[in-house]
Write a protein that binds this ligand. Structure first.
Ligand code: NAP
Ligand code: HSE
Length: 428
């Protein structure tokens, strides 16, 4: 007896959705699981139906009414690839409420409404799967929730945004200006529809919230997560917006490079299991290390737990083809009868109604890297710097363990009054 097909409606057929549709149409036979139900594409929602038709999407499946596909009793699974807040939030909520499984790549949706969607999914029994929401094509969420379930996770950290990693790598290699490289990342389909979320770190924060849900069984509030490094006179810019080509040149002179790193770890306060420290900011790492060696659109996520130690997940972090692999994998999992991505884990606490907190893990004391433009070697921080390099346009310094305030006041005392520069924690 042939199993009844799993009838799939795809909402959104852009960079990712277009590749998912292609996978379902062109490889329907190959994508169907031996043990599970065959996959059948039954509808595709877009805003611009004519445009989608012109791009070769199957005409008879196209509609500009996603709510109709959600309400259709002949649809078993909704694949949400529109992105953003509304109408995705209402459509996904309605699908789960109606008992339909949902697959999504929408990390904004999960980070901002994950607790509510989890509650709906648990109440109705409809699975919600979201492997593609973190790390593009890298399988990391299912292994974190499943294969690593026996561990007490102490930290997750890594590079989780392909666009910014592409920009930082290209700028460090001297391959173009910030603006030119960002344009290139957009053309390659790596950036969000509004790329300010990538470069200001909000996309990485959203992904950190999703990772923390599976690592620590809590939904953090994305608005409480630290998003920028310190500077000599205050705070730097959010995400990578304050990173300069001179910072990258100075880092290179000291064997370092800069990476936008997301980290969440269990706190060590009075109630460590309920305190999670979380931040997304550029840090300095050795150029040839795990994070420094992760270039271009690649992502790398490291999970540290007991008893496993540290496990790294590495691969293509953005782009339509790579991300479609994760979406199609979730569909095949549903066809085999799998539940939600969090299946088997405890119900999550909502940080907004519990004692879980998010805070800057950089702390006041660390090893620091800074590039001080217009300053000459031997001038400012000789006794604080473990290493310094004069690049001709300024001096790059690397300190040993030091309170941030001590470094700041020394630079302020000795440097020109107009000097400001971002200060990056060094992590190797
Ligand atoms: P995209 O290229 O902008 O595509 C969005 C699609 O959704 C378009 O087909 C658009 O229709 C459709 N759409 C948007 N609003 C709609 C509405 N109200 N009604 C009907 N259709 C609507 O976006 P994307 O890059 O594929 O990203 C999709 C999702 O995947 C986002 O949540 C994103 O964060 C996530 N994601 C993206 C990547 C990546 O590398 N791009 C990787 C991982 C996860 P029109 O074409 O007619 O405008
Ligand atoms: N804009 C995202 C990125 C897409 O650059 O990582 C993948 O989630």
């Amino acid at each position: 007896v042939t199993a009844a097909p799993l009838r799939i409606a795809v909402l959104g057929a852009g960079t990712v959705g277009g590749q998912v549709v292609r996978g379902l149409v062109e490889h329907a036979g190959a994508a169907a699981s031996d043990e599970g139900r065959p996959l059948e594409l039954t509808g595709i929602a877009v805003r611009d139906v004519e445009g989608a038709r012109a791009r070769g999407l199957p005409s008879h499946l196209l509609t500009d009414a996603p709510a109709h596909l959600v309400a259709d009793p002949d649809t078993d699974v909704i694949v949400e690839l529109m992105g953003g807040d509304e109408p995705a939030r209402t459509l996904v909520g309605a699908a789960l409420q109606a008992g339909k499984a949902v697959v999504t790549a929408n990390k904004h949706l999960l980070a901002h409404h994950g607790a509510a969607l989890e509650a709906i999914s648990r109440a109705s029994g409809a699975p919600l799967r979201f492997e593609a929401s973190v790390g593009g094509g890298i399988p990391v969420l299912s292994p974190l929730a499943g294969d690593l379930a026996a561990n007490r996770i102490s930290a997750v950290r890594g590079i989780v945004n392909g666009t910014t990693n592409y920009i930082l790598s290209a700028m460090a290699a001297g391959d173009g200006t910030y603006e030119a490289v960002l344009r290139d990342a957009q053309e390659r389909g790596y950036a969000e529809a509004d790329p300010s979320g990538d470069v200001e770190g909000r996309d990485a924060i959203n992904k950190l919230v999703v990772l923390a849900r599976l690592a620590f069984d809590a939904w953090l509030d994305p608005d409480t997560i630290a998003d920028r490094p310190a500077s000599v006179r205050g705070q730097g810019g959010p995400g990578i917006t304050g990173v300069t080509a001179l910072d990258l040149e100075g880092a290179r002179a000291l064997g370092l490079t800069l990476r936008l790193v997301a980290v969440a770890s269990r706190g060590d306060g009075a109630n460590p299991s309920r305190t999670i420290r979380a931040a997304v900011m550029p840090i300095a790492v050795p150029s040839d290390g795990g994070l420094g060696g992760t270039g271009g659109v690649r992502n790398r996520i490291e999970v540290t737990g007991e008893p496993v130690g540290t496990v790294g997940f590495d691969g293509p972090g953005a782009g339509g083809e790579a991300t479609s692999s994760a979406v199609l994998g979730d569909l095949l999992a549903l066809a085999r009868g799998a539940g939600s991505t969090w299946a088997g884990r405890p119900v999550a606490a909502d940080s907004r109604s519990s004692t879980t907190t998010a805070a800057d893990p950089g702390g006041a004391s660390a090893r620091w890297f800074a590039f001080l433009p217009g300053v000459r070697a031997g001038h400012v921080v000789d006794d604080l710097a473990e290493a310094a390099a004069d690049t001709g346009t300024g001096v790059a310094i690397r300190t040993g363990w030091l309170p941030l305030d001590q470094l700041r006041s020394r630079i302020v005392d000795a440097a020109p009054a107009t000097l400001d520069a971002q200060i990056y924690a060094i992590d190797d």
